[in-house]
Design a protein around this ligand. Structure first.
Ligand SMILES: [Zn+2]
Length: 86
C-alpha cells in the first residue's frame, strides 16, 4: 500500500532559502502548515528548529552580500499562531 499524499516536501533550498516545490521564500505557506502539524504537540521544538534554520539562513543570505530581510518575521513570528486556525 502506498500513498502519494504528503510526498512533496516543501523544503528549503540553500543558499537562496526558497521552497524546493513552490519557489516561494521558505518557509512557504505549505511548509508552515506542514510544520505546524508536525510539531503540533511540541511547539517549543518548532521554535528551536526554526531558530536554527533562521541562523543558517542569516549566514547564507548575508554571504550573498545583501542586507538580510526581516528573518524573525519570516521564520518565527508566525509560530505564535495556534493550530486552531488550521
Ligand atoms: Zn512551498
Amino acid at each position: 500500500m502506498t500513498t502519494t499524499v504528503g510526498n512533496t516536501e516543501h523544503f528549503h533550498t540553500r543558499p537562496q532559502w526558497t521552497c524546493s516545490v513552490c519557489a516561494q521564500a521558505w518557509p512557504c505557506d505549505s511548509a508552515k502548515v506542514n510544520l505546524l502539524a508536525e510539531y503540533r504537540a511540541f511547539p517549543s521544538l518548532l521554535k528551536v528548529y526554526l531558530s536554527a534554520q533562521m541562523y543558517d539562513a542569516l549566514d547564507d543570505l548575508t554571504a550573498e552580500g545583501g542586507a538580510p530581510p526581516n528573518l524573525y518575521e519570516r521564520f518565527l513570528s508566525w509560530t505564535r499562531v495556534g493550530p486552531s486556525v488550521l
